[in-house]
Design a protein around this ligand. Structure first.
Ligand code: TYD
Length: 137
């Protein structure tokens, strides 16, 4: 059972150090993201019209950042849905456990970076929507 809500998922504004030669944003586990970072991965070369995600996680916390380009994320807790647009490298969407997500509307050249609280574990995935709804009851 997991009672998390889409309203537990927030866009975090990550600090930006501005210099004449460009910007830098620093992400540190348990400092400006509320979990220890165990893994990072990124999605890129996403063909136009494609979508990603289509699953939930049982225990995983994630911070999703559009480090390049833009895309939309649909969040669904089984009762409520919301769509968040990410289009800046200094904003990150915190996705808590127990939330179904779909990523879509990727701009050309978009890069989606994900910081994750756990190492990869297929057993942490809920890949079937009906199974997800049962899990949320
Ligand atoms: P998946 O999480 O389903 O991708 P998305 O949500 O972006 O559509 O992962 C796609 C494939 O990559 C799947 O076969 C599992 C594999 N994978 C790993 O091996 N390690 C990882 O850390 C991740 C995120 C995925």
């Amino acid at each position: 059972m997991n009672r998390s809500s889409v309203y537990d998922c927030h866009v975090l504004h990550l600090d930006k150090v501005k210099e004449r030669a460009g910007n830098i944003t620093i992400v540190e586990g348990n400092k400006n993201v509320p979990f220890e970072i165990k893994r990072m991965y990124y999605l890129y070369d996403i063909p136009g019209g494609e979508s990603r995600g289509g699953h939930a996680h049982k225990d995983l916390y994630q911070l999703v950042v559009a480090v390049g380009g833009s895309f939309d994320i649909l969040l669904d807790d089984g009762s409520n849905k919301k769509i968040v647009k990410l289009n800046r490298p200094d904003y990150g969407l915190l996705v808590v456990p127990g939330i179904w997500r779909e990523l879509f509307e990727f701009s050309s050249g978009a890069v989606c970076m994900v910081l994750a609280s756990l190492r990869y574990d297929e057993n942490d995935y809920l890949r079937d929507y009906k199974q997800f709804i049962e899990y949320k009851k």
